[in-house]
Design a protein around this ligand. Structure first.
Ligand code: XUL
Ligand code: CO
Length: 436
């Protein structure tokens, strides 16, 4: 029986459409900068929020109405839910999805039982992928919900927890490979600390590095060639997460010799929590050649926590798409809606409204960003701003032929620097607004 009988396949109807179950901007075959929107954006639906989110928050219990759930944590219910998930994604027209092991199948009383449960559901996911053509963007392991991970997983003070986490990631890698997953994600979960008085930070970092190397080794052993992604987040649930922002993650990857196999999965609301803009995080990861994928969502200006709302702000999606186009696109990563409907939006149809809105916001951001790039005004201003580096002393410094001594001689002779020019921030902001 269909879970969403009132919903047909969501189609593109154009900007004038008033149909809430149609796209106004996401036209998957439309070509932008030589590539279809579908290939630029590579939209992905997350299993955890969309099919497991129940609307509970720190102040109240579940609100979501999900008629297909039978209220048990059985494998049978999980299999039924998998069919619902694929009906949803097929009707939405999302080419990808992403999950944690424990989202798709219930955790058993032992590791062996958990693995068995996972295998039973993965067989169904595989059939559904073959039936619909929907692919797995990435798999990951939930190493933060179970109480055993209270001190972290690979950074736990309890070596047995490291061993359990290793076994769990081993299985999650096997499953991701079995389903043709294009990437594998590590979000730090509880890899961080609450209090430095009880923490051997050096040992925890070393073990984190050791764990990642074991993951790469095992991926090689089973022939999993997907990209590994680390997802920066500065806090929540711990006071300090080791993967705190793009720069900290990249420093970790370099320090432990992992940059050849890892890139970053950059999430908007995590950037906000880190005190950065998403644009900053994307540009930083991008210019280091380590931009792998994005988790698309947004926070709320009035709330301090990780609200993971669907992105609807065109300024934000434009900034993101400017960065993705600048750094050569997001593939083999994707635009993964790590976002949840708010607890007052408890009806199944709200899931469609949320995803349609997010996809349209990104499609518009892509079109706006492409128009800004085609016009070239912004690029021309940036090029002009740095023109002192294109010739003369700037070009000589960049070519490596100058030194402190030669620069002192140059400046002693010249006496004072060439006059500075305006930064033109307001003009640039006005230009961006003309495209929105
Ligand atoms: C947590 C978060 C996770 C990761 C996957 O804030 O973003 O859902 O994306 O573990
Ligand atoms: Co995320």
């Amino acid at each position: 029986m269909a879970a969403f009988p009132e919903v047909e396949k969501i189609c593109y109807e154009g900007p004038d459409s008033k149909n809430p179950l149609a796209f106004q901007w996401y036209n998957e075959d439309e070509i932008i900068e030589g590539k279809s929107m579908k290939d630029h954006l590579r939209f992905s639906v997350v299993y955890w929020h969309t099919f497991r989110g129940n609307g509970s928050d720190p102040f109240g219990s579940a609100t979501m109405v999900r008629p297909w759930e039978d209220g048990t944590d059985s494998v049978e219910n999980a299999i039924n839910r998998a069919h619902v998930a694929f009906e949803f994604m097929e009707k939405l027209g999302a080419p990808f999805y992403a999950f944690h092991d424990r989202d798709v199948a219930p955790e058993g009383a032992t590791l062996a039982e958990s693995n068995q449960n996972l295998d039973a559901v993965v067989a169904v996911l595989k059939e559904e992928q073959a039936r619909t053509g929907i692919k797995l963007l990435w798999g990951t392991a939930n190493m933060f919900s179970n109480p055993r991970f209270m001190h972290g997983a690979s950074t736990s003070c309890n070596a047995d927890v490291f061993a359990f986490a290793a076994a769990q990631v081993k299985k999650a890698l096997e499953v991701t490979k079995e389903l043709g997953g294009e990437n594998y994600v590590f979000w730090g979960g509880r890899e961080g600390y609450q209090n430095l008085f009880n923490t051997d930070m050096k040992r925890e970092f070393d073990n984190l590095g050791r764990f990642m190397h074991m993951a790469v080794e095992y991926a090689d052993e089973i022939g999993f060639g997907g990209t590994f992604l680390i997802e920066p987040k500065p806090k929540e649930p711990t006071k300090h997460q080791y993967d705190s922002d793009a720069a900290a993650c990249i420093n970790f990857l370099r320090a432990y010799g992992l940059t050849d196999r890892f890139k970053l999965n950059v999430e908007t609301n995590h950037a906000t929590l880190a005190g950065h803009t998403m644009m900053h995080e994307l540009d930083y990861a991008g210019h280091q050649g380590l931009l792998g994928s994005i988790d698309a969502n947004t926070g709320d200006l009035m709330l301090g926590w990780d609200t993971d709302q669907f992105p609807t702000n065109l300024y934000l999606t434009t900034e993101i798409m400017l960065m993705l186009l600048k750094h050569g696109g997001v593939a083999p990563g994707g635009t993964n809606f790590d976002a949840k409907v708010r607890r007052e939006s408890f009806e199944p149809i709200d899931l469609f409204h949320a995803h349609i809105g997010g996809m349209d916001a990104f499609a518009r951001g892509l079109k706006i960003a492409a128009a800004i790039r085609a016009a070239g005004q912004v690029d021309a201003i940036v090029k002009d701003r740095y023109s002192s580096w294109d010739a003369g002393i700037g070009a000589r410094i960049e070519s490596g032929t100058e030194s402190f001594k030669s620069l002192e001689a140059y400046m002693l002779e010249k006496g004072e620097v060439a006059p500075n020019q305006s930064g033109r921030q307001e003009l640039l902001e006005n230009i961006i607004n003309t495209y929105l």
